[in-house]
Design a protein around this ligand. Sequence first.
Ligand SMILES: [Zn+2]
Length: 314
Amino acid sequence: MAMNKTILVYSPKYNTDLSIFGVSKPFALDRGQMVLDQLEKDRDKSVARVEPDLISVEDLELVHTKKYLETLKDSEVWKQIFELRHKEFFASPKNLPLSDLFDDIRLKCGGTLLATELALKHGLAANLGGGYHHAFPDRGRGFCVLNDIAVSIRSLQKRRLVKNVLIVDLDFHQGDGTALIFKNDPTVFTLSVHSEEGWPEEKQQSTLDVGLYENQMKDYQQHVENAVDKALQTFTPDLVIYIGGSDPYEKDVLAGTKFMQLTLDEMNKRDKYVIDKFADKQIPLAMVFAGGYGPHVWEVHYFAVKYMLNRAGC
Ligand SMILES: [Zn+2]
């Protein structure tokens, strides 16, 4: 009897309505729902997904300081993390306090943890969201409040479900939070291929950094493949977390990502390569979305998720 596998993690609650908090900043739209909608159109039936639970505070404290978590009760701290400028935030007594977003973020962190658990079980899985790779233990930054990737790894390690984890971070921006958290930890290999010219100006040190300049982008795929091969020469992971940011895509609208202008074909080739590379080796891989801004970036994630479903036989 064929066993039904569910490898996608998503909740309609991912689609936070920021306007009720007084926020009018055009953040990364909820790409998970758009991906699911298109998959359901293709398949003419619903696509199986599982809803995560909130990540526990106990798990959060494996990475984040109690002092930092305490500061998240203060809306000013959230305004800084989300880089809200005056015209992007309207203070009103009718608004919910920004600190109420804490459980929203915990849910998405729970989604990443669940995706890693499903990957260990089924080989491939994805959280249709998450990927907050800029969050540090003691402060949030760059739209990232809690580092779902690091928290998930620490939770799995604590339960002895994995020992060695490889992070393949191909978001436009360096995975600096994750790099810092695991800097002196030989059990976690952080690989980041990113724009050297992009934010953050001050980079952290990953296990392997490939910082690309605009004029190197014609060889992007080769740089990615070389980096993955190099990581695998010295490191044997029990699990891979793939941070498949769509912000290197030419249709990403964030001004700061102009240094990477990859076509949809190039993005698809990248994602297919990473999924195949580890599926071929039977190394479990969990994918998260991370960065991607504007109305078109969901197309990148759609291909990656569709490819993953096919590859997993779902
Ligand atoms: Zn990014």
